[in-house]
Design a protein around this ligand. Structure first.
Ligand code: KET
Length: 394
């Protein structure tokens, strides 16, 4: 028999597996609200016009070659990626394989070079977080974040748990548009979190996967990170261009480690190269070239911000459509969190049985924790979803 005869069938990923199930469903009324990927009003994936324009410029540039990038990636991409959030040169920025790759490289670096092995992640958080950090050799703990009764932030619980954590512990923070809850701290609460973390020398590890999607404005959505950079302290930030530039499959991201001084950042970057080289050697050139082409050109950058705002606005309009549809049906319960939450997702509060019912009877595909990707909705499919929710709760 096979030498792999002992290998057992692995379960589907809780998020990406929803798309696998959706693809298998022959129903004409099926709706995929699982993966956090933007869809247009026509329900189609979107390649931004500005990305098409940048790709055309790249294709027309016959001087471009397909040589290896340095281990740290495309230098111009790194410089431009760090720029919006970090204006100083005390930062080591390396291009990584999108957000996930940036998180993993950062975690592997910390496991090797940082004195504390414990990372505190919010409860709940993106399903892949605990796996990425555990496999990198960190020990994962949680801090209270979401309050199911108010469907808002459990701010007191958050402060208590961070205050009770060991000095120097690593703390994962969603920069904006918390996944899956859609609940973010206010600027004032971020300031309180910053003060507490700095007083306990907790190390911030920001995950920025939706910058521009929460408010539609890149600067507004970077405020949390900038608060921490402004105080001169140290932090890690993982950036993804998957959602805000629609580069999902190009795997474009960056890890930035903000240090006390430029010479420290230089040594940190040299050690990051030792993490990356044996992992995947160097990153892909195409997606990073698209991003650099857009970020370096004022006109392309402005066009990007316009398209980004349009995506964010469409998601917000879906929130209001769904909320109004439930109101008009007299669906029992308070659904105002649908319009209060921000970013790509609504954390509905529906339980696993209700989710299973909606999939079985209405062909609604969503994650079993009750999360709905609002980007997957259109004015055509909102009534169908509202019918499904109404049936599930009555
Ligand atoms: C918070 C967060 N961080 C990082 C990522 C990874 O993104 P990437 O740049 O593609 O490596 C995602 C992806 N989230 C969506 C897709 C996924 O699960 O992979 C999701 O939550 O649906 C996040 O939601």
């Amino acid at each position: 028999g096979s030498v792999f005869g002992n290998v057992v069938q692995a379960p589907e990923d809780p998020i990406l597996g929803v798309t696998v199930a959706y693809n298998k469903d022959p129903s004409p009324v099926k709706v995929n609200l699982g993966v956090g990927a933007y869809r247009t009003e026509e329900g189609k994936p979107l390649v931004l016009n500005v990305v098409r324009r940048a790709e055309q410029l790249l294709v027309n540039d016959l001087s471009r070659v397909k040589e290896y990038l340095p281990i740290t990636g495309l230098a111009e991409f790194n410089k431009l990626s760090a720029n919006p959030a970090i204006q100083e040169n005390r930062v080591a920025t390396v291009q990584c394989l999108s957000g996930t790759g940036s998180l993993r490289v950062g975690a592997e670096f910390l496991a090797k070079h940082y004195h504390e092995r414990t990372i505190y992640i919010p409860l709940p958080t993106w399903g892949n977080h605990p796996k990425v950090f555990t496999l990198a050799g960190l020990s994962v703990k949680t801090y209270r974040y979401y309050d199911p009764t108010t469907r808002g932030l459990n701010f007191q619980g958050l402060l208590e748990d961070l205050n009770a954590s060991p000095t120097g512990a690593i703390v994962l923070l969603h920069a904006c548009a918390h996944n899956p809850t859609g609940v973010d701290p206010t600027v004032e609460q971020w300031e309180q979190i910053r003060q507490l973390m700095r007083s306990k020398e907790l190390l911030p590890f920001f995950d920025s996967a939706y910058q521009g999607f929460a408010s539609g404005n890149l600067d507004a959505d970077a405020q949390s990170v900038r608060l921490f950079v402004a105080d001169g302290g140290e932090l890690l930030a993982a950036q993804s261009y998957a959602k805000n530039m629609g580069l999902y499959g190009e795997r474009v991201g960056a890890l930035s480690i903000v240090c006390r001084a430029a010479d420290v950042a230089g040594r940190v970057e040299s050690q990051l190269k030792l993490v990356i080289r044996p992992m995947y050697s160097n990153p892909p050139i195409h997606g990073a070239s698209i991003v650099a082409t857009i970020l370096r050109d004022r006109e392309l950058y402005n066009e990007w911000t316009v398209e980004l705002k349009a995506m964010a606005d469409r998601i917000i309009s879906m929130r209001h459509l769904l909320y109004d549809a439930l109101r008009s049906r007299g669906t029992p319960g308070d659904w105002s969190h649908i319009i209060k939450q921000i970013g790509m997702f609504t954390f509905t509060g529906l339980n696993t049985e209700q989710v299973a019912f909606m999939t079985r009877e209405y062909h609604i595909y969503m994650t079993s924790d009750g999360r709905i990707s609002m980007a997957g909705l259109s004015s055509r499919t909102v009534p169908h979803l509202a019918d499904a929710i109404h049936a599930a709760v009555t």
